[in-house]
Design a protein around this ligand. Structure first.
Ligand code: GLU
Length: 308
């Protein structure tokens, strides 16, 4: 089967060094196996995503020379390539999950949901098991008359195992480690997990390379793929970039976003910077010999003053 990797940026801000590093590794990986790359815009949240970020992302990737073969801005057979335009595909998957009886309506507020997913220290509790899961049919019908529900997965105590190409052997007990998660919000907006699962599968993505912070999402997505009868991709979760005090570099570090980086670096310099960071995790000497399996899983500590 033809290999395919992907860039899946959220259009909620300018890309920063952390995203860029993951995309760079995803791009090297796809190219190293002779695969294609797809660009998908993750713009589900109508309040936080969209322009001008979408245009910046496309322009910044092009400036750096991280190219893609199909997707946003270039088209291809598996579009549309922004999530906002894919609702009909999510509706179909949602209806299938409903008919399989593996999702349930939930009327908890966001605050109740957060409290349920944060057990007190020492307390043994399944993450996110919510009282709505146990409501009778009659109670559900009565509540639905008053308020539209969100929909959540009813996760079993089942262990999802997979071999991550960077992080190694993984095992997650779904109910304990992941917890029931939102598939569709009460306002009808689909959740990240469902959209990514449907998109990676229908776009024929075979290699998911992204930041390590999404490692446990792979377990949720593999479970969804199993329910929906989709084949599983392979996963590689890239180490994070951390400040010397252990803090994760994030979008809040404005001096590390692409707007700032483009003022201080040429494309070639930024490319060398990314390669330099990667070399801390890998002994390969030239890009042409890159192999994702050689990357070590330790996070990278970055001295900010050395970058800018
Ligand atoms: N859109 C997500 C982000 O920018 C990444 C999703 C994924 O790679 O699965 O953090």
């Amino acid at each position: 089967m033809a290999e395919k990797g992907r860039f899946a940026p959220s259009s909620s801000g300018r890309m920063h060094l952390g995203n860029l590093f993951s995309f760079y590794v995803a791009w090297l990986d796809a190219r190293s196996v002779g695969g294609r790359v797809v660009l998908r815009m993750e713009d589900l949240d109508p309040d936080r995503t969209g322009e001008p970020w979408t245009s910046h992302i496309v322009e910044d990737l092009r400036w750096l020379g991280l190219d893609w073969d199909e997707g946003y801005g270039v088209g291809g057979p598996d579009g549309p390539y922004c999530q906002r335009e894919r609702t009909a595909l999510y509706d179909e998957a949602f209806a299938r999950l409903q008919s399989l009886d593996v999702i349930y309506p939930c009327w908890c507020s966001r605050a109740q949901r957060l409290a349920a997913s944060a057990p007190h220290p020492g307390e043994e509790r399944d993450l996110g098991h919510c009282p709505c899961r146990d409501l009778s049919r009659a109670e559900r019908e009565a509540r639905a008359m008053v308020k539209a529900p969100a929909w959540k997965t009813a996760l079993p105590h089942e262990t999802i195992r997979f071999q991550d190409l960077i992080q190694g052997e993984q095992a997650f007990d779904l109910a304990r480690d992941c917890g029931d998660f939102v598939i569709r919000r009460a306002d009808g907006v689909y959740g990240y997990q469902l959209a990514v699962t449907v998109d990676d599968s229908l776009m024929g993505v075979t290699r998911v390379v992204r930041g390590r912070d999404l490692l446990d999402s792979a377990a949720r997505q593999l479970w969804l793929m199993k329910q929906l009868g989709y084949p599983a991709p392979v996963y590689a979760h890239v180490p994070l970039l951390l400040a010397p005090d252990g803090r994760r570099l994030s979008k809040r570090e404005r001096d590390l976003d692409m707007g700032a980086l483009r003022k201080t670096h040429s494309p070639r310099e930024l490319h060398s910077l990314l390669w330099g960071m990667l070399s801390m995790l890998d002994n390969t000497e030239v890009e042409q010999n890159f192999k994702i399996e050689k990357i070590r899983k330790e996070d990278i500590y970055i001295e900010l003053s050395e970058l800018i």
